[in-house]
Design a binder for this molecule. Structure first.
Ligand code: PEP
Length: 254
């Protein structure tokens, strides 16, 4: 399967910084062997869309959002709908990132409805699942990620082969602690089996890993049989690091 490397800029960037980062990515990327996405703060959609339209060198960098409303439209102050994302050329959208689950109390069901809105608008949801440190230490990792994914499968049924899953152990996000390739692979295999049980087409669902992925550890993670790419936070803000991760997407499975 073609790998997917998605950068999550979180609440970082400025018009000038974005331009410099995208210029460096476009200049260094050539023809990537993987799909490349940058999930940017919503105010910058128009900037990135315009840059992509103006110069074909940026065409390989797809636009992603970091969240979407679970509602279609109406009196939901501050929310952004899937149709609005689509108007700006957004192709991918994170749903259920652990920072949204944690700071905005997003439930499994709300995340599932967000995925549904994205799919209905022709946007690929990148569904984030992952356990906290306490849950891992209590031996509940598989149960937690299976519960989170089950809600999305339940709501999205026949469309489930159109999603991307991101396994992001909460204890590894922004902490510099990475799941070992073996730890990550074990959870990816659980998620793969769950998807396969849900849909005959599930083999085409990319399952990407996120949590302190960087230039140094990407090759070992991306070399695992069920790791189909990366969701990259901090390292996606540094062109050289992100480019190195993209280059590592050529890694063959171990
Ligand atoms: C993330 O925000 O999804 C993430 C994986 O962050 P980091 O790479 O910084 O751990």
């Amino acid at each position: 399967m073609r790998k997917l490397i998605a950068g999550n800029w979180k609440m970082n960037g400025s018009l000038a910084a974005n331009e410099a980062l995208l210029d460096a990515l476009a200049a260094g990327m050539g023809q990537p062997a993987c799909d490349v996405v940058v999930c940017v703060p919503a105010p910058y959609f128009s900037q990135i869309s315009a840059v992509r339209r103006a110069n074909t060198a940026y065409a390989a960098i797809h636009l992603g959002a970091q969240d979407v409303s679970e509602h279609e439209q109406g009196a939901f102050t501050g929310e952004v709908s899937a149709a609005m994302l689509r108007e700006f050329g957004v192709r991918y959208c994170l749903v259920g990132h652990s920072e949204r689950r944690q700071y905005h109390a997003e439930s499994d069901e709300a995340v599932a409805r967000k995925a549904q809105r994205a799919l209905a608008a022709g946007i690929t949801p990148i569904v984030c699942v992952g356990e906290s440190l306490a849950e891992r230490e209590a031996g509940h990792t598989n149960e937690v990620v299976r519960r989170q994914l089950a809600a999305v499968i339940h709501t999205n049924g026949h469309c489930i082969s159109e999603i991307v899953v991101a396994y992001e152990p909460v204890w590894a996000i922004g902490t510099g602690k990475t799941a070992s390739p073996e730890q990550a692979q074990a959870v990816h295999a659980v998620l793969r089996a769950q998807l396969q049980a849900a849909s005959a087409q599930a083999n085409r669902v990319p399952i990407v890993y996120g949590g302190s992925m960087n230039a140094g550890n990407a090759a070992a993670l991306l070399g695992q049989a069920d790791i189909d790419g990366g969701l990259v936070g901090g390292a996606s803000l540094k062109a050289a690091d992100f480019l190195s991760i993209i280059a590592n997407s050529r890694t063959e499975c171990a």
